[in-house]
Design a protein around this ligand. Structure first.
Ligand code: 26W
Length: 824
């Protein structure tokens, strides 16, 4: 290109940051991009025009950062995650870009209601829960810290399902989040990658060296879409690159070369299915072929993209570890390991040992679970069919690894079987967590306790073999979204007291500590909580026609529905209070007024989780309609809990329920968000609860229940839940009431499976922790009755939980795992 026009030669510049310029750009986008006049525009038109205007303001910086990323030789993190649960973008990007005031002024001058446009945005729900939301917090922190990095993932056409309730039961609706347009992304079809599948491998001789090539059967195109990830008011804009599947011609011809139009269209659908929908399972992998296709599709595209676009053409790949670290967010992207080996060995002709030495320095692995059933394994039959060369590579990695194990321990066949990446039963499969552990330079858990249990219980032999690999990075949450944006009034109060530096240096919340003793500050803090409750009520009323009780303590449990998280414990507490009042055992006037708020999606195939949702709704209908409980106890269960709702619920909460069986919740991140927003936690000694309690102090945390070693001991000695039922009259009454059909119109069969599971199986020991839980709830009531004492504790929770910023987590990863210092 030879440009002569001065504008073509000038660098891209951002529009002036004035309300006038913003308004002009907004109207321009509305007229010329949406093709409507303001007077004829819909809310969607105005929302899209506004989003484009924000994007326009951030674009110059984005282009600059993209250029800089390519040009710099600095080491980058490639965060590989199958999920990013982003939440709404508009407010976040307005805040990060420092555009909130300018936009508000501009829109108001145009007579446009900004709040209406905020509410119009459909959140990109490209994740299931904790793991996906963590990835979203991490890319926010990476951008804010100015770390050279790129997030890679999948652009699912349908995100996590929209949950509705029909007669109290979960019904899933597709989440067509793209249907009204998605203004935050930029498609880059010219940077598409071709991804191959199937076929077979061949060996051939090249000047006396035996080499392998993969002859795939079909290919798809991976088309990248860039999303902007602006750092918080630091002039940086990072990139989240999500891949979308598109059919290739090669695909049509190779498999369906009949020339038949219908077949060709079917073929296209087949290819494009790969990025069609997010799997809604968050703990039990189904071993579905399409899921493995998704995983390989996005990691292969990401690796090729990084190697192809970030490295210069003559780049010496033996230096790769100085240039990149691929962070594996759980096992979902682990197929990247054999893919990098394949590229280095088969495509670049590198000797195996050299390639393996490089590969082992280029990956690090984060584990997010302890549940054995959540650890992914892929049947060898399936892997061999879909990715034959990768299977061969995995076999060789395993063979060499086991040879090292033998060298160290001798022919300890038991140990060798236990450490093998390939497991034989029930069907020969690849254990992806083992592959990640062998290949990763570091392996981390997500909270102190979790990392310890990983070493002691899950990857024990690996810990013995590679003790230096294992480490902990406690999770964190972004203070921008979950404090500054979600809780503007508390943010203002904090800023008034200690300045605004806390937004990027959350440890500074400590400076609030003395204010817990300041009656004026406590009063203001109490006012903020009350205002947040009113705001939540407005949202619930408008969204679902629901309402929390006036003046009630808000007792909140929001998270995926899973037996290990023990929503049932909360249900039993509610039923027990209800039964107590109805039977006359407790005077209604002695009940501390509470509203229990639930939010939870169940995996569509998880029958017990769905029954528990049904039960919560059923209990809610009965309790809420009973005049004897009027003003004392309410159950509110808004459907479709998501990031947007979390941002309203968390700031309004008084009590945070974190009641998993000890040793089962890897970390939890909701627990952190609640504490930061001044809710007190009732919780077990599990996950990051342990660290929250250490920081806020025992006196500001309601601990209950068995510890992990105690639960383990109980399992070993033989746990019989019915003994707890027999021994505790209160528990018996609550369970009996559910069994009696009191919440199912007299039909005892509806909740029979829930009851018999509790009495005869109770894998997560709900009944064993029932009595301590009820006792802890009585302590909660007592403290809550002393408004001043409660508020003091709440303030101390805020002041002492700055540690849980995802900025701190990311600094930890940078210092101890990635070694990628921030660019200046
Ligand atoms: C379908 C297979 C599968 C298995 C596990 C899909 C997704 C998973 C995830 C690892 C589940 C998950 O989200 N784990 C959560 O990760 C959070 C972030 O680290 C932790 O805070 C939660 O404790 C953990 O449950």
């Amino acid at each position: 290109m030879t440009a002569t026009h001065p504008l073509a030669l000038a660098p891209v510049t951002a529009p002036p940051r004035t309300a006038d310029a913003f308004a002009a750009q907004f109207l321009h986008n509305l007229n010329f991009d949406r093709g409507v006049a303001l007077s004829a525009s819909s809310a969607n038109d105005r929302y899209l025009a506004l989003a484009h205007t924000v994007r326009d303001h951030l674009m110059a910086q984005w282009l600059e950062d993209l250029r800089h990323q390519k040009q710099t030789q600095a080491k980058s993190v490639c965060y590989l995650s199958a999920e990013y649960l982003l939440g709404r973008q508009l407010d976040n990007n307005l805040l990060a870009g420092g555009l909130a005031e300018v936009a508000a002024e501009a829109l108001s001058a145009c007579g446009v209601d900004l709040d209406e446009l905020r509410a119009h945005e459909v959140e990109p729900g490209l994740g299931n829960g904790g793991l996906g939301r963590l990835a979203a917090c991490f890319i926010d922190s990476l951008a804010t810290l100015g770390a050279p990095s790129i997030g890679y993932g999948i652009r699912y056409e349908y995100g996590i399902f929209r949950q509705t309730f029909v007669d109290g039961q979960q019904v899933e609706q597709p989440d067509a989040w793209l249907s009204l347009g998605s203004p935050w992304e930029v498609a880059r079809p010219e940077e598409a990658q071709t991804i191959a599948f199937g076929g077979h491998t061949e060996t051939f001789d090249e000047q006396g060296v035996s080499r392998t090539r993969w002859i795939p059967a079909w290919t798809v195109q991976a088309v990248p879409y860039n999303l902007m990830v602006p750092g918080f008011q630091n002039g940086r804009v990072n990139t989240l690159r999500l891949w979308s599947a598109k059919a290739t011609n090669a695909f049509d011809l190779r498999i369906f070369n009949s020339g038949d139009y219908e077949e060709a269209v079917r073929a296209q659908t087949f290819a494009e299915n790969i990025s069609k929908v997010l799997y809604p399972e968050d703990s039990t992998p189904q071993g579905k072929e399409l899921r493995l296709q998704q995983q390989y599709f996005f990691v292969a595209a990401s690796i090729h993209d990084f190697l192809g676009t970030m490295l210069s053409e003559d780049y010496d790949l033996s230096n790769l570890p100085a240039r990149v670290i691929f962070q594996l967010n759980d096992t979902h992207p682990v197929i990247a390991v054999p893919e990098l080996m394949r590229v280095l060995v088969d495509e670049k002709g590198m000797p195996w040992d050299a390639a393996w030495a490089i590969t082992r320095q280029c990956f690090a692995y984060t584990c997010h679970t302890l549940l054995p059933e959540a650890l992914e394994v892929w049947p060898v039959e399936l892997l061999g069919r879909l990715l034959p060369r990768h299977l061969e590579i995995i076999y060789r990695i395993n063979e060499e690894f086991l040879a090292e194990v033998r060298e160290r321990y001798g022919d300890d066949e038991m140990r060798i079987r236990n450490m093998s990446i390939i497991v034989e039963h029930p069907v020969r499969s690849v254990r992806m967590a083992y592959l990640a552990t062998v290949a990763g330079a570091k392996v981390n858990g997500v909270a102190e306790l979790h990392s310890q249990l990983l070493r002691d219980k899950v990857l024990t032999d690996f810990d013995d073999f590679y003790p230096e690999k294992f480490t902990n990075v406690t999770n964190g949450v972004t203070p921008r979204r979950f404090l500054r944006l979600a809780n503007p009034e508390l943010s203002d109060l904090i800023t008034e007291a200690i300045g605004d530096g806390w937004v990027t240096d959350l440890a500074r919340l400590r400076e609030l500590e003395p204010l817990a003793e300041d009656a004026g500050f406590r009063a203001a803090f109490g006012e903020v909580k009350a205002a947040n409750k009113r705001r939540l009520n407005d949202v619930l009323r408008e969204r679902d026609g629901l309402e929390v009780g006036d003046g009630h303590m808000l007792d909140v449990m929001v998270k995926r529905l899973h037996e290990y998280k023990r929503q049932m414990l909360k249900v039993l507490h509610i039923v027990s209070t209800y039964e107590g009042v109805v039977s006359g055992r407790i005077a209604a006037s002695d009940v501390q007024p509470r509203t229990a708020i639930f939010g939870a999606k169940a995996a569509p195939g998880y029958a017990m989780a769905k029954r528990i949702i049904h039960l919560i709704n059923a209990v809610g209908s009965v309790v809420n309609a009973d005049p004897r409980l009027e003003g004392r106890l309410k159950v509110v269960f808004p459907p479709n809990y998501n990031v947007t709702l979390a941002e309203r619920v968390i700031p309004a909460a008084d009590l945070s329920e974190q009641i998993s069986l000890a040793g089962k919740e890897a970390s939890g991140t909701g627990n952190m968000k609640f504490a930061l927003n001044g809710a007190l936690t009732i919780g077990t000694d599990d996950g990051a609860n342990v660290e929250i309690r250490e920081l806020v102090g025992d006196e500001n945390f309601f601990l209950f229940g068995m510890s992990e070693p105690e639960a383990e001991a109980l399992t070993v000695s033989g746990y019989r839940p019915s003994e707890y039922y027999q021994a505790d009259a209160g528990l018996r009454a609550a369970v009996d009431l559910i069994a009696s059909g009191a919440f199912s119109g007299g039909d005892r069969s509806v909740f029979e499976p829930v009851v018999s599971n509790l009495l005869y199986e109770d894998r997560f020991m709900v009944l064993a922790d029932y009595a301590p839980y009820i006792a802890a709830q009585e302590r909660v009531d007592a403290v809550y009755a002393d408004h001043d004492a409660w508020t003091r504790s709440a303030i101390l929770n805020v002041a002492r939980t700055g540690f849980f910023s995802s900025d701190r987590s990311i600094r930890d990863y940078i210092d101890r795992i990635w070694h990628t210092p921030p660019l200046d």
